[in-house]
Design a protein around this ligand. Structure first.
Ligand code: ZN
Length: 174
């Protein structure tokens, strides 16, 4: 396993549409392991492959460790290959979201409160998961990444333009 560098806004690769994975093989499992390590190191609760520059429909999430909790070894990683939302509730909920590709920026985003997600697991078996709360938000946020969509696309245009400008300025400084 190894850490991979995380792409930061305004890296244009974050806007790519990722390609479906044809089969879950050892290469995909190695990618999943690297992504999980990178996510824990950051630290974050979700990561999409495109955030480490790989345009494949692969995400990892772990919402077990909530902010402010001291338990270090509570780990419940979930690996999702080709994830798709197959059902979404009409009820919406609002969470303050952040993104490892947009560090230290947070904003409230409204999304369906509950979703059913279909995906292939680490062994390539088809699975379905019903999620609510932070897990529902996290899954929708990560699946958005696979379509080149960032959480700032869900906020007002004024706020979005302001944050993009800020990151463009920082990128020029780097
Ligand atoms: Zn993100």
């Amino acid at each position: 396993m190894s850490l991979r560098p995380i792409l930061i806004l305004p890296d244009t690769r974050l806007r790519l549409t990722s390609a479906p994975v044809s089969g879950v093989d050892d290469d995909i499992r190695a990618l999943l392991d690297d992504m999980l390590e990178t996510m824990y190191d950051a630290p974050g609760i979700g990561l999409a492959a495109i955030q480490v520059g790989v345009a494949k429909r692969v995400i990892v999430v772990d919402v077990a460790k909530r902010e402010g909790e001291e338990e270090e070894d509570v780990k419940e990683p979930i690996f999702l290959v080709n994830p798709e939302v197959v059902k979404a509730s009409e009820e919406l909920s609002v969470y303050e979201e952040g993104c490892l590709s947009i560090p230290e920026y947070y904003a409230e985003v409204e999304r369906p409160e509950r979703v059913r997600v279909r995906y292939l697991d680490r062994l390539g078996a088809m699975q379905e998961m019903d999620a609510d709360g932070i897990m529902a938000t996290c899954l929708q946020h990560e699946i958005d990444h696979l379509n080149g969509v960032l959480f700032i696309d869900h906020i007002s245009r004024l706020k979005r333009e302001r944050v993009i400008k800020k990151f463009e300025k920082e990128a020029r400084r780097r």
